[in-house]
Design a protein around this ligand. Structure first.
Ligand code: SF4
Ligand code: SF4
Length: 429
């Protein structure tokens, strides 16, 4: 695609990056067919090719309007379009640049600004968010129906091993996960311990920066990233072999630290090193598959199925990190049946804060996703990202958990089966 970027951006780093991305697009439209918002709304401007066209026009000097902003706001940043693009167009980076320019030109009404400020102020603050969740849990029994589903029940089975291990990793705690699902990292630490891998303590880390970054608070997002680099670096210098993420939304952001902090001379080398070391926990377990399988074989003494699992592969896992099939394989090795899920490439509608900012589209996508996930009559739904877990759980009649909890159960208990009457894992602890 030919470009002629306007003076205000042409000779900037972002302008050069956007120009190169725009030039790689051949306008074929293959991406449109797999775009969830195009499928729902049927408007070319609510698909990737249309959004690329809108961003190109603005970067070439056309004035952005509220309509331009709306079409960009409706994008989930799910990156399904990148997976189907034959030309390797890095759409999400173009969208980041386009959104920043459009927001500067168009601005936002006071109500939208307030909601966005609240989201950037509360969600990334782990202690504050956890305190709010705990308060909600205290009043949960008294809360009426629909509101109750929005408050996650308190989890148990949170014990973690504290063995000194020669092999160690960093495991980011994140921001909302410790409040909503502390069982995830506890289970991950136990599984890693069974493989002889310890988790280095990095108590000063926090939100990976994705939440603020995607809400247009770039400077605050960069502060989040620098704080994490400072928190993790001593452990990395001390020999930690990987940064292991249990939330694919965070993992897919941390692997971009090197690019996002490339202009920061103090942090860029450490940011790039951390990005290189970052893996989703499924990638690490696949690397350790031989040891894991041997331990699972010892644990699965009866060789009967432990239960039927529908795995929801988050967009950040399959499109962002490019991981497909690994979790299902690990679950099968642990003795579970994994069920086929139709349209598994489509987003569940969570997409960071999308469920709050675009509630109608988000609800529609969730309803479609739950229909697909339950079509094979599973006992439980597993996922790999806290955002999807929370979003799906709000409407799901089945428990939605991180898949690592199922591996943990299988390792810990040879006879473990998902209890179809009471499938919540915490009740079987
Ligand atoms: S982004 Fe890729 S698939 Fe979509 S129109 Fe451009 S080249 Fe084609
Ligand atoms: S990121 Fe997702 S919603 Fe956005 S254009 Fe691409 S496929 Fe569509």
């Amino acid at each position: 695609m030919q470009t002629n970027l306007a003076d205000f951006i042409r000779d900037t780093d972002k302008g050069r990056e956007a120009d190169s991305i725009l030039r790689s697009c051949v306008h074929c439209g293959f991406c449109t067919a797999t775009c969830p918002t195009y499928q729902l709304l049927g408007d070319e401007l609510d698909g990737p090719r249309g959004r690329i066209y809108l961003i190109k026009s603005v970067l070439e000097g056309e004035t952005a309007t509220e309509k331009t902003q709306l079409h960009l706001d409706r994008c989930l940043t799910c990156r399904a379009c990148e997976t189907t693009c034959p030309s390797g167009v890095v759409y999400h980076r173009l969208l980041d640049i386009g959104r920043e320019v459009v927001d500067e030109q168009v601005g936002r009404p006071p109500q939208q600004r307030l909601i966005r400020r609240l989201l950037t102020a509360v969600l990334p603050r782990r202690r504050l968010f956890t305190a709010l969740v705990r308060t909600g849990q205290l009043f949960r029994p008294l809360t009426p129906g629909r509101l109750k589903t929005r408050i996650p029940p308190r989890q148990d089975h949170l014990d973690r091993p504290y063995h000194q291990r020669q092999r160690r990793v960093v495991m980011p705690e994140g921001c909302v996960q410790p409040g909503i699902s502390p069982a995830t990292n506890a289970a991950a630490a136990r599984v890693l311990d069974a493989l002889g891998i310890g988790v280095a303590a990095t108590p000063a880390d926090g939100c990976c920066g994705a939440l603020r970054f995607h809400l247009g608070a770039q400077e605050a997002a960069e502060r989040d990233m620098r704080r994490n680099i400072d928190a993790w670096w001593p452990a990395i210098e001390d020999g930690a072999e990987a940064v292991v993420s249990t939330a694919s939304g965070c993992g897919s952001h941390i692997v971009e630290y090197g690019k996002l902090l490339a202009g920061d001379t103090r942090y860029r080398e450490r940011a790039a090193k951390i990005a290189d070391l970052t893996v989703d926990i499924s990638e690490l377990l696949v690397r350790e598959e031989k040891t894991l399988t041997a331990k699972l074989r010892q644990a699965n003494i009866t060789a009967e199925s432990r239960g039927r699992v529908a795995f929801q592969s988050p967009c950040t896992l399959q499109h962002g990190l490019g991981i497909t099939g690994a979790v299902e394989r690990l679950l099968r090795a642990a003795g579970y049946d994994t069920l086929p899920v139709p349209d598994s490439h489509l987003c569940c509608g969570s997409a960071g804060t999308y469920s709050i900012l675009q509630p109608a589209l988000s609800r529609q996508l969730r309803s479609n996703k739950l229909k697909a996930l339950t079509s094979g009559d599973p006992d439980i739904i597993a996922t790999a990202n806290i955002g999807c877990q929370t979003h799906l759980q709000t409407e799901s009649t089945l428990p939605v958990i991180h898949w690592i909890e199922l591996i943990d159960r299988a390792l810990a208990d040879p006879g473990y089966r998902i209890d179809t009457e009471h499938p919540e894992l915490s009740q079987t602890a």
